[in-house]
Design a protein around this ligand. Structure first.
Ligand SMILES: Cc1cc2nc3c(=O)[nH]c(=O)nc-3n(C[C@H](O)[C@H](O)[C@H](O)COP(=O)(O)O)c2cc1C
Length: 277
């Protein structure tokens, strides 16, 4: 069975007519008439649940073959492993002077691209600095821009922003200590079209997903609020980085191989919980 736009196909040799694809379709565009029938005009949002849920690999959609998907059953990390990753992850502010391979960065971004997006929009843009030389040039550029602002009095001297921005420029000028990027060799920024259904959420979820897979590989990351502040003072930087004007910048994160090892978890204050009765 083939339809033009979504290319929904059922291999009738493999299909056992269990109805899982119809039952699981969030848009309700599949019904069973013996074999599954797809409603081309029903508002499919391309989530591929029909392909993923089929126990016999009989369903294909959007030209995707089930055999090209990764098997899932029994492959997830254990709760103990996930807990160790979540509790053991630390913000890394000391990095080895070593580039993360382009192949690994691409692998991490591929995984991060699997993060969920509202209405399955899948339009998060990952703006990444892959090369140390590019990062060094950007570092220099950002401090020059901030330095000019500081010298012209355009950076406030007081308050949190003044402390961070002005202090960062001072540290860089006097000691070549990089507070803005924590000396990291790589930068990742997520953005999404402002017109997308959930750009703020999608960009943060994508970055969180990147963070977790990066740490699972032994890499370090830190959410970069100071660079976000710098972007606020130098909005032209977004264009310099190739981020489209109609995009909402979600957040920035630096990453690289850590030059620090943590031997135990920290002890957070207990989660604040409001139980609805
Ligand atoms: C939204 C956000 C922005 C942050 N910005 C910075 C930053 O600019 N520089 C920095 O060194 N750490 C930054 N951090 C890291 C926090 O300081 C850190 O997560 C917190 O102190 C807890 O430490 P941990 O991440 O090691 O558990 C940021 C964290 C978040 C969530």
């Amino acid at each position: 069975m083939e339809k033009s736009m979504y290319n929904f196909r059922v291999d009738e040799e493999l299909c056992v007519q269990c109805g899982e694809c119809a039952a699981d379709c969030p848009a309700g565009v599949i019904h069973m008439d013996g074999f599954p029938v797809f409603d081309e005009d029903g508002g499919c949002y391309r989530c591929q649940h029909c392909l993923a849920v089929c126990p016999t690999g009989a369903v294909s959609i959007l030209g995707k073959k089930p055999e090209d998907s990764q098997a899932v059953v029994g492959t997830f990390p254990t709760p103990a492993q996930m807990t160790a990753l979540i509790k053991g992850r630390r913000s890394i502010r000391r990095y080895r002077n070593e580039e993360v391979s382009a192949a690994l960065i691409e692998e991490l971004l591929d995984v991060a691209g699997h993060a969920p997006t509202g209405v399955n929009a899948q339009d998060v843009l990952f703006t990444v600095v892959k090369e140390c030389s590019v990062m060094d040039a950007l570092r220099q550029d950002v401090y020059e821009r901030l330095g000019k602002l500081k010298d012209s009095g355009a950076l406030p001297d007081e308050g949190m922003v003044g402390r961070y921005m002005g202090g960062a420029v001072k540290k860089w000028r006097e000691e070549k200590i990089d507070i803005v990027f924590r000396g990291a060799p790589h930068l990742l920024i997520t953005s999404a079209p402002k017109a997308s259904p959930c750009p703020a959420q999608d960009t943060l979820i994508a970055l969180t997903t990147f963070q977790m897979i990066a740490h699972a590989h032994g890499l370090g990351t830190v959410w970069d609020g100071i660079f976000m502040m710098a972007l606020g003072f130098c909005p032209e930087l977004a264009g310099r980085l190739g981020i489209p004007e109609q995009h909402l910048v979600g957040y920035a994160m630096v990453f690289g191989w850590p030059a620090v090892e943590y031997h135990r978890t920290v002890q957070r204050t207990p989660a604040q919980i409001n139980v609805v009765r």
